[in-house]
Design a protein. Structure first.
Length: 360
């Protein structure tokens, strides 16, 4: 996928034109589809709970119920994939994280885990430091000098649900002829504090991950663009699919982001939720080419480097989108949406998949 074919180049030009037209249109009409009151309304209703830190929320029973049922719908949507279900705690080996090159692209988002590893003297210093007060303007605050006693552990917080999968696949040796498919679900951490309820510091991502030949993983990604759209249609949410890029850090990052766009490596499914200027990415469809295959020496059956792709479902964002569009009372949500989440979802999903045709 590094050398776009003539057809791909044309598609790219068309996509760029469409995007420019959309941007021109957006520049004229102010974006007003999001609901800026959503965060306050959810907190007031007790659906999300304020912890005092931006982007860190408690979840109520109602919120969790929607997340769980959404998760079940995603499982049913992917039942024919026979994906290997793997669950990891929301941390990964620091060594694997270092190897992933995440720090090259997103040093600002990473979360490391530190812990006290000293002796009695160190403990004493820690407690002393904890008592120190600093003045911030008029306010008195506890100093963070005690953190000097904390040392890195061998763990970091998981940045995306698929990250612990790649080193594991590599360890298993060469792939089978038809590659491999995985199903992952994890809380993820990204250090991006924000009052946008859709931009959390800890949130859950459900993913399907495909490892194999470029053809296998590209077919998988297209399949999931179609199936993700089906899911969001069944949830009766307005959406658009758009070419996207990751928020690569720094000046060099802009070049990487441009190249990611030019090669059409990332698409997002966007729903208006609560951001003032644009809809929110609720699902992502990523083609990593041979990036992870190279890093971890994942081999196809014919010894070629494996390619990878993943579809990520933002569980909180999709749940927020449901509250944004169908209201805070889940009992009053549209009948078909209630059937999909709380009722007999099988006929809806089977019919939806049948309508997509045999290839998907
Ligand atoms: P990404 O790896 O950035 O493509 O993220 C995968 C999915 O996770 C996105 O499509 C979002 O739905 C969700 N996501 C990413 N960042 C956040 C965040 N800060 N808060 C909540 N959900 C997020
Ligand atoms: Zn992923």
């Amino acid at each position: 996928m590094n050398m776009p074919t003539e057809q791909a180049a044309m598609m790219q030009a068309e996509a760029q034109q469409a995007q420019q037209a959309q941007q021109a249109e957006a520049a004229q009409a102010p974006y007003d589809k999001s609901d800026l009151t959503l965060r306050d309304r959810l907190l007031e209703a007790g659906i999300l709970l304020d912890t005092g830190e931006d982007g860190l929320y408690g979840r109520s029973e109602v919120f969790e119920d929607v997340v769980e049922r959404l998760n079940q719908a995603i499982t049913m949507l992917g039942a024919d994939q026979h994906a290997e279900v793997l669950r990891f705690p929301p941390a990964m080996r620091r060594r694997d994280f270092e190897d992933s090159e995440y720090l090259k692209s997103f040093p600002n988002l990473a979360g490391t885990i530190h812990s006290f590893q000293g002796n009695d003297r160190g403990h004493h210093r820690l407690l002393e430091a904890l008592d120190k007060i600093v003045h911030v303007g008029e306010e008195e605050e506890r100093s963070d000098a005690w953190m000097d006693q904390q040392k890195p552990t061998r763990l970091v917080l998981t940045p995306a649900a698929c990250y612990p999968i790649y080193p594991l696949v590599a360890k298993r040796g060469k792939l089978a002829e038809d590659g491999a498919t995985f199903d992952a679900f994890s809380y993820c951490f990204r250090h991006e504090p924000s009052i946008d309820p859709g931009r959390m510091q800890m949130f859950r991502m459900r993913e399907y991950i495909r490892v194999g030949s470029p053809e296998q993983v590209m077919a998988f990604r297209q399949k999931w663009i179609d199936r993700g759209s089906l899911l969001v249609n069944l949830l009766e949410l307005p959406f658009e699919i758009d070419l996207a890029n990751d928020p690569f850090f720094g000046r060099g990052g802009m070049i990487v982001a441009d190249s990611q766009r030019a090669q059409q490596l990332k698409f997002e499914l966007l729903v208006p939720v609560a951001t003032p200027d644009r809809p929110t990415a609720c699902l992502s469809f990523n083609y990593h080419q041979d990036h992870f295959g190279e890093l971890w020496h994942i081999r196809q059956a014919d010894d070629e480097v494996a390619h990878t792709a993943c579809v990520g479902f933002g569980m909180e964002r999709t749940t927020l989108a449901l509250f944004r569009h169908h209201g805070l009372d889940v009992n009053a949500w549209p009948e078909k949406v209630r059937q999909l989440l709380w009722g007999d979802k099988a006929p809806l999903i089977e019919q939806g998949l049948a309508n997509l045709g045999t290839n998907v």
